[in-house]
Design a protein around this ligand. Structure first.
Ligand SMILES: *[C@@H]1O[C@H](CO)[C@@H](O)[C@H](O)[C@H]1NC(C)=O
Ligand SMILES: *[C@@H]1O[C@H](CO)[C@@H](O)[C@H](O)[C@H]1NC(C)=O
Ligand SMILES: [Zn+2]
Length: 416
C-alpha cells in the first residue's frame, strides 16, 4: 500500500520534473597534476568553482577528471593555463549524455539495452527466482537506511561448490555495474558457451546487484551523479551521505578517506555506521558458511582496473599478493584476448590511489578471503559514468569472459 503510494508520488515527481538536477553544459576536464603546488591550488578552488571530482588523482603525475558548471569554466581554464596545467576536455555537455542514458521509450523488461531502475531490476529478480527455483535462492541482507530491501541471489547448481561473492553499485552513479552483473546472472542461468557453463555449474555465486539502493534510486530520480549513501550525519544538514566503500571496519579512516561530510569520500561518522555495510558484513558472517567464499568482488566504474589489497600502503604487499595477481591476470588476459579491452591490475595503493575502509580490504584482512578485488569497469575516462546504453552488452560480455578466465586462474593457484 505505502510502496504503491510512494511509487505514484515518485512517478508524479518524475513526470513534473520536480527536483531533477540538470547538468546542462557542465563540462568534464581531465587535468594532470604535476606538482604539489598544482594539487593544492585545485584543492583550494574546489568549493569556489563548484568542482566535482569524477575521478581523483592521488599521486603526482596523474590526472583527475573534474566536472564543473558553465559559469565557472572560463575562470577555471584561465587558472589551468596560468599555472601550466596540462589538461584536456573530456565531455562538453554532461546533460546530453545523461539524456542519452534515459530513453523516452522505456523498456521495463530486462534486455540490457537500457539502464534499469531498482524496481525493474527487482521485478526481474522475482521472475528469475520463480523461473529457476532449483538454481536461484533469493536473499535479503536487510533494509537500507530509507527502508528499501537490499536483495541478492545465490546461484548454485549443486552442493559443495566454492563460492564467489559480488557486491555491485555500492556507488550509486556507477550504473554500468548493476547492468553488467544482472547480465552475468542471466548468463549463469542460461549459459551460452562451455566456459560459462563450467563456472555456473561448479561455483556458487552470491550476487547483490544494487547494494546502495537508496543512492541508486536517488541517482535515477534526482541527481544522476550521486555516489554516496543517503544517511545524513552532518549536524548542519548541509551534506548528505557516506561513501559506503570507505565505511568497512578495517583501518577505517586511515588513508584515502575523508572526515568532511561534504566530500565524496566521506567515510561516515564511524566504521559500519551505515546499515548497508553493517548488514552486509553481518550477512557474510552469519549466513554464509565460514570459509566458503574464495573470491570477493566489489564492482565499480570507471577506469578498467582489477585492484587488490593493499589499499592503505604501497610499501608492502599482502601475503597472497602473488595469487591475487595471477588470478587478476587470468581475468584481464581473457578479456584482452577475446575483446581487446585492456584492464590493468595491481594493488590499489600502487596502481590507483590509497584507500582504506573498503570492502575488498575488509574481505581479505578480516574474513581471510584470499582473492579480493575492486574491479573498475569501462571506460578509461572518455564518458566515465555516462556511458551510452549501447555499451551495456559489450561491457557485460567482456566481464563474463573475464570471470571465466578468473575462475580458471584461481583453480591453477589452488585458491578455489
Ligand atoms: C609556467 O611555465 C613557464 C615556462 O616554462 C614558466 O616561465 C612559468 O614560470 C610557469 N608558471 C608557473 C605558475 O609555474
Ligand atoms: C564479522 O566477523 C568478523 C570476524 O570474522 C568480526 O571481526 C566482525 O566484527 C563481524 N562483524 C559483524 C557485523 O558481525
Ligand atoms: Zn566506485
Amino acid at each position: 500500500m505505502w510502496s504503491r503510494i510512494l511509487l505514484v508520488l515518485a512517478f508524479l515527481g518524475l513526470s513534473l520534473g520536480l527536483d531533477q538536477v540538470r547538468y546542462d553544459n557542465y563540462k568534464v576536464y581531465n587535468v594532470r597534476i604535476d606538482d604539489l603546488e598544482q594539487f593544492q591550488l585545485l584543492r583550494s578552488q574546489e568549493k569556489s568553482l563548484k568542482l566535482s571530482s569524477w575521478r581523483e588523482a592521488r599521486h603526482l603525475g596523474e590526472s583527475s577528471d573534474l566536472m564543473l558548471p558553465p559559469e565557472y569554466q572560463e575562470t577555471f581554464e584561465t587558472l589551468l593555463i596560468n599555472h601550466n596545467f596540462s589538461y584536456s576536455l573530456k565531455i562538453d555537455n554532461v546533460q546530453y549524455h545523461i539524456d542519452a542514458q534515459r530513453p523516452k521509450q522505456r523498456i521495463t523488461s530486462m534486455e540490457w539495452t537500457q539502464f534499469h531502475t531498482l524496481d525493474e531490476i527487482y521485478t526481474w529478480l522475482d521472475l528469475i527466482e520463480s523461473r529457476y527455483p532449483d538454481i536461484v535462492t533469493p536473499f535479503t541482507i536487510g533494509n537500507s537506511h530509507e527502508g528499501r530491501p537490499i536483495r541478492g541471489v545465490k546461484i548454485s547448481y549443486k552442493e559443495g561448490n566454492p563460492a564467489v561473492f559480488i557486491e555491485s553499485n555500492i556507488h550509486a552513479r556507477e550504473w554500468i555495474t548493476s547492468s553488467t552483473i544482472t547480465y552475468f546472472i542471466d548468463e549463469l542461468l542460461v549459459p551460452r558457451n562451455p566456459g560459462v557453463r563450467d563456472i555456473a555449474q561448479n561455483v556458487d555465486w552470491y550476487i547483490i546487484p544494487v547494494l546502495n539502493t537508496d543512492g541508486f534510486v536517488y541517482s535515477h530520480e534526482v541527481e544522476r551523479l550521486w555516489r554516496k549513501s543517503r544517511l545524513n550525519s552532518d549536524p548542519t544538514g548541509e551534506c548528505v551521505g557516506t561513501d559506503l566503500n570507505r565505511n568497512f571496519d578495517f583501518l577505517w579512516m586511515l588513508t584515502g578517506a575523508s572526515s568532511d561530510f561534504c566530500d565524496e569520500t566521506y567515510a561516515g561518522p564511524s566504521a559500519e555506521s551505515d546499515v548497508e555495510i553493517s548488514q552486509l558484513t553481518a550477512y557474510i558472517n552469519n549466513s554464509i558458511p565460514e570459509g566458503s567464499i574464495k573470491i570477493y568482488i566489489s564492482l565499480h566504474s570507471y577506469g578498467q582496473y582489477v585492484l587488490s589489497p593493499w589499499g592503505h600502503t604501497a610499501a608492502e604487499f599482502p601475503e597472497h599478493y602473488p595469487q591475487m595477481m595471477h588470478v587478476a591476470k587470468g581475468f584481464s588476459d581473457a578479456l584482452l584476448r577475446r575483446y581487446g579491452t585492456v584492464f590493468t591490475y595491481g594493488s590499489s595503493a600502487t596502481t590507483l590511489y590509497e584507500v582504506s575502509g573498503s570492502g575488498k580490504e575488509w574481505a581479505y584482512a578480516v574474513k581471510g578471503i584470499k582473492i579480493p578485488y575492486t574491479i573498475e569497469l569501462r571506460d578509461k575516462g572518455r564518458l566515465g559514468f555516462v556511458l551510452p546504453p549501447e555499451d551495456i552488452i559489450p561491457v557485460a560480455r567482456e566481464v563474463t569472459e573475464g570471470f571465466v578466465g578468473m575462475i580458471n586462474a584461481a583453480r591453477e593457484m589452488d585458491v578455489l
